[in-house]
Design a protein around this ligand. Sequence first.
Ligand code: FAD
Length: 362
Amino acid sequence: MRVLIVGAGIAGLSLAHFLKERGISYDLIDQTPEWRTIGYNMLVWPNGIRLLPKTVQRNVTNKGARITGNLILAEDGSVIQRFSFSSLIKRHGSAYQVLRDDLHQALRRGIKVRLNTVVRTLQQAGIRVHVQFSDKKKKSYDFVVGADGVDSSVRSHVTKQKPRFSGITGWLFWYPKKTRPHEILTQWGSGCFFGLYPHCKGARSAAYLAFATKRHLRTSNAHFVRRFAGMGGMIPEIIRSLPKKVYHHDHQFVRLRSWHKGSVVLIGDAAHCMPPPMGMGASLAIEDAFVLASELKKGGHALDRFEQKRRPRVEQVQKEARFIERLLAWPRLLYPVRKFMLKHLYQYLFMHVVDTILSERP
Ligand SMILES: Cc1cc2nc3c(=O)[nH]c(=O)nc-3n(C[C@H](O)[C@H](O)[C@H](O)COP(=O)(O)OP(=O)(O)OC[C@H]3O[C@@H](n4cnc5c(N)ncnc54)[C@H](O)[C@@H]3O)c2cc1C
């Protein structure tokens, strides 16, 4: 059996490891001409960590920041709620904030990737798929896996459906001062949100400013300086210390009627990109890769079984992530209700959903 993996992100690289472990041959391509330092830091939950090869696991736990709780602030910076992840940690192990680049580098070790390569044509012929690449090479595969992220090009071979803008846009950047090393801080304002995510040993944090908007925004940050102007707590200092280099991102989500067609299948963000509030995208991408590799090894209708197994779990997290994200856009009139929810219900909802996900083995 030979598998083509398109996209060497978290999903694609994880799949390469899991196929290798099972003795299944693969080719892995990525559009990038060379590896660059990518992204900021991200939360990885134990459901993702425990599936990774031991060397990658060690990298996450040695280099990452162990996350033990969440501090929730109101618009003026006052504390609404603070809760600990201790019960989750006791039952399932710790979640870590890791540098995306550290995780990616660790996953790349021992995996051959053909860079600067994309699929030009892809044609199902019987049970095989004929592929022509951008370097004019041609090859046939038993399966083609689209692990090419939210803007997947492989997706067009499975469905006409496209990603949708969720109504939230955000800016991510480094806040260079020492902060709480083990706690995620979130602050909820008027249609806007601030998050501070620790980096290893608390030397710096990734700061995230996001707000609700009706359209995609691809331009200036003057907008958000204005949107966050009235907020208290750390916000004035965060805005003052805004670096030149920020990463702008419109939240998107992908919900498809099917994740596979013929011998072509989608995994990770290509199949089910979700907004970031649960911090589960990467962990679910790793799970997808694990389940797909296991099903391919078993043979038969592997892609049907893969989708049947994965869909309910992924859609549950997607639903919760969308719910939390929408809280951000609630009208001011409903703020007392939102404050009540953040104080009394959010902790329960969040912990319950994460506990359910971590309790089930994919
Ligand atoms: C602001 C933000 C914060 C986030 N925070 C978290 C978090 O804390 N925790 C978490 O779990 N998740 C988080 N996520 C989500 C997480 O980043 C994704 O779920 C995860 O990266 C999905 O992995 P992937 O491999 O499916 O896609 P990607 O990581 O996007 O990888 C796709 C790969 O495909 C390649 N590619 C693209 N197109 C082609 C093509 N046509 N041909 C060949 N190669 C191609 C790309 O170069 C890339 O290497 C966050 C996302 C954002 C935007």
